[in-house]
Design a protein around this ligand. Structure first.
Ligand code: OSB
Ligand code: MG
Length: 368
């Protein structure tokens, strides 16, 4: 196979409601979509880098630069046998996983389309239906928060994650637990705390959380080891796990007991699968995180979530929770049981809607 051409484009999409984390509030998304032409077949990928460097060092603009000036030149014209060999070809480029993962995942889509098989099967996925949870942002009041939880539970979602930050933590968790005594509940701090805050995090243990996600520094495994020793609640790492080596270190050191895997954060499917396998060997469950993706990234998250050790509900939920109209057909829907069916069609199995994508495109570049 050979990568013949790549198109980068930036689309603008407005979320149906602002989404607030401990680090920012997002309403307008600037999304980088990648089209990879492999032997005349086009695969699609989405770069999950945000508009700001507040979640990870990458942004949509750094990703554009790295894709154009380094990732594309490293792959242009090279003969390769399968998408699983792409990661090695990018080895000279340090970091910039979201840039790499966007193109790598597009090439996986193209390979699956060339072979006429669903991407999730090409990856080795084993579940035709995945379990879905929701991530609920920080709200202006506890009433708004409980109303949001009520709505998602009525829709069937199997697990609720709420975002926390100092001042919106024990009170929010306590309130949700009080109103929904049996909900599978977890909290995500996006690195808003320091190890000295451990007594406050310890207080959360009274509310039976499935896990606390990324409480401490985005690159600080050491403090998470210390914290996990003090807590009975499992720590789940998100931001900290950006390489296979970080994942191995986190598991060996005991920095977490659960891992959130995001395709972009780890540079694509090859590393995502390796981290998945590492965790599986150690009986550490994983689940698929979300990054407020358009339908393209969402479709990839569904494919990834079919791997066997994705045994906990992920943050992959219905298109309509994010967008008035998504850029794929069919849009992603969730059953009343809180599940999403993996598609039967080739590749990502959801068709990008060119006219809708064109309408939202503000910038485009062909790399040939
Ligand atoms: O930490 O998982 C996170 C969104 C943007 C950046 C980081 C995170 C999130 C979410 C939203 O939690 C998940 C989603 O619904 O896509
Ligand atoms: Mg997170």
């Amino acid at each position: 196979m050979r990568l013949r051409q790549v198109t980068l484009r930036e689309i603008h999409m407005t979320l149906v409601a602002p989404f607030e984390t401990s680090f920012e509030r997002t309403h307008e998304r600037r999304i980088l979509l990648v089209e990879a032409n492999v032997d005349g077949v086009v695969g699609w990928g989405e770069c999950v880098a945000g508009e700001t460097p507040y979640y990870s060092p990458e942004t949509i603009d750094t990703a554009w630069h790295i894709l154009k000036d380094f990732v594309w030149p490293a792959l242009a014209g090279k003969e390769f046998s399968k998408a699983s060999t792409i990661w090695e070809l990018l080895g000279r480029i340090r970091g910039h996983n979201m840039a790499k993962g966007a193109l790598e995942s597009a090439i996986w889509d193209a390979e699956a389309k060339i072979k006429g098989v669903p991407l999730w099967k090409l990856l080795g996925g084993t579940r035709a239906e995945i379990s879905s949870g929701v991530s609920i942002g920080i709200k202006d009041s506890l009433e708004e928060l409980t109303a949001a939880v009520r709505k998602e539970l009525a829709a069937g979602y199997q697990r609720v994650k709420i975002k926390i930050k100092p001042g919106w933590d024990v009170n929010a968790v306590a309130r949700v637990r009080q109103e929904f005594p049996r909900v599978r509940l977890m909290a995500d701090a996006n690195s808003a705390y320091r190890l000295e805050d451990w007594p406050l995090l310890k207080q959360l243990e009274g509310y039976y959380l499935m896990m606390i996600e990324q409480p401490l520094g985005w690159d600080d495994l050491f403090s998470h080891v210390e914290l996990q020793r003090k807590l009975e609640t499992p720590i789940c790492l998100d931001e900290c796990i950006h390489t296979e080596d970080q994942a191995r270190a986190a598991l060996e050191l005991g920095a977490c007991r659960i891992v959130n895997i995001k395709l972009g954060r780890v540079g694509g499917y090859t590393v995502a699968r390796r981290i998945h396998d590492l965790c599986q060997e150690r009986a550490v469950p994983v689940w698929c995180g979300g990054m407020l993706e358009s339908g393209i990234g969402r479709a990839h998250n569904i494919a990834l979530s079919t791997l066997p050790n994705f045994s906990l509900p992920g943050d992959v939920s219905a298109s309509h929770r994010y967008w008035e109209q998504d850029v794929i057909e069919p849009e992603v829907t969730v059953s009343p049981q809180g599940t999403i069916r993996a598609p039967d069609g080739p590749g990502i199995g959801f068709a990008p809607q060119i006219e809708r994508i064109e309408q939202r495109t503000v910038r485009r570049e062909h790399l040939v």
